[in-house]
Ligand binder design. Structure first.
Ligand code: NAP
Length: 254
């Protein structure tokens, strides 16, 4: 049983999908949770109420993580409210599927600002709180297979995830010895809102069901949350700058 009592965890994009599952699991393990959202205020408040009804501590904070000033303001709120920050799960991401032949300069800039740069802004803003703690602080980024593999119409998002994983390694290089662990999780396809709204998602999900190598399990948000819990705990102290694949073995196929 992982016990995160006394810790404070921030999950970006926690109003739904994988982020919500991570926030629920962190709270169930005893951490106070900051539920970050952009537009889904009601969903974020519902999650805070749910955590509180189970005896946990949580607050919802709106911030656009692609905006550095928003991130700084959010971390200020966390400092004022909880006085510490131990875990950041950088989960929020966006971006449409389209061929690289249709990408514009503005689209390229925007995807990197949304899916990669927030890891820098979150780390910069949290550093004073991290440094005030004698314990290891943890930053966990949610990547995807597109960082290293080809997926139809995913070139732009895949590039942003490759940048995200490089940031994980370089931040670990810069700050690991100061007591901050940076790791990424690479989930396979999880049936969240983001996936369900994609054209052809039904075919994609049935192909996953055929290829998975853990009986006929489908990946659930809770499976990703389990890996987040592990990387949030002392059990992972010596895991630094790595990418943990949670995909039921799909990516070992040729
Ligand atoms: N689903 C999959 O199969 C899958 C597979 C591999 C990797 N991933 C990765 O897992 C992560 C979560 O995916 P998901 O499927 O759970 O996504 P999702 O259901 O689309 O949820 C996205 C979340 O990000 C938030 N968000 C979007 N833009 C934001 C911004 N600028 N600032 C703050 N929050 C923002 C949304 O908040 P609001 O609702 O408040 O707007 C929402 O909570 C992403 O990094 C994704 O790339 C997903």
């Amino acid at each position: 049983m992982i016990n995160l009592s006394g810790k404070v965890a921030l999950v970006t994009g926690a109003s739904r999908g994988i982020g919500r599952a991570c926030a629920e699991s962190l709270a169930a393990s005893g951490a106070a949770v900051v539920v970050n959202f952009l537009s889904s205020q009601d969903a974020a408040k519902d999650l805070v109420n749910l955590i509180q009804s189970r005896g946990g501590r949580a607050i919802a904070v709106r911030a656009d993580v692609s905006e550095r000033d928003d991130v700084v303001a959010m971390v200020d709120v966390i400092g004022e409210h909880f006085g510490r920050l131990d875990v950041i799960v950088s989960n929020a991401a966006a971006g449409g599927f389209r061929p690289l032949t249709q990408v514009t300069p503005a689209g390229f800039d925007s995807i990197l600002r949304m899916n990669a740069a927030p890891l820098i802004w979150l780390t910069q803003a949290a550093l004073p709180l991290f440094n005030a703690s004698p314990e290891i602080s943890r930053v966990i980024a949610i990547s995807s297979h597109g960082s290293i593999r080809g997926i139809a119409n995913y070139g732009l998002i895949g590039t942003s995830k490759a940048a995200l994983e490089s940031l994980v390694r370089h931040l670990a290089f810069e700050l690991g010895r100061s007591g901050v662990n940076f790791n990424a999780i690479m989930p396979g396809i999880v049936e969240t809102d983001a996936i369900k709204t994609l054209p052809g998602s039904a075919g994609m999900l049935s192909s996953v069901r055929e290829q998975i190598l853990v009986r006929d399990r489908m990946l659930q948000p809770a499976d990703v949350a389990g890996a987040v819990l592990f990387l949030s705990s002392h059990l992972s102290d010596l895991i630094q700058g790595q990418v943990l694949v949670i995909d039921g073995g799909i990516s070992i196929r040729v």
